[in-house]
Design a protein around this ligand. Sequence first.
Ligand code: SF4
Ligand code: SF4
Length: 99
Amino acid sequence: MKKQQPTKKIIFHSEKEMPLAPYSLGSMLHNRTGAWRNIRPEINLENCIQCGICWKFCPDVAIYIENEYPVVDYTYCKGCGLCAEECPVKCITMVEEEK
Ligand code: SF4
Ligand code: SF4
């Protein structure tokens, strides 16, 4: 596995030094946001209409399309529930994460 880059510190001495919008110092590949999750999306593919909306809305790009169906990458899924909220046929269920 590739060694993770050390995180740099950002220090702003005043509001004027701050950027207009938030930004990340590293590749999102290093930010394994799956560790934040306490609920996880489960997709019932039998009811999936392959619209791709869940893929489009996922803020962590944690959904990819394989054989025309969505797949969740739990390394990056933070469990926000947006995909379940936006799915037009409600075939994504958020379930309690197993500890
Ligand atoms: S729960 Fe949030 S982070 Fe996880 S796949 Fe759905 S939209 Fe992406
Ligand atoms: S939003 Fe729902 S129906 Fe559309 S691709 Fe995703 S899981 Fe399937």
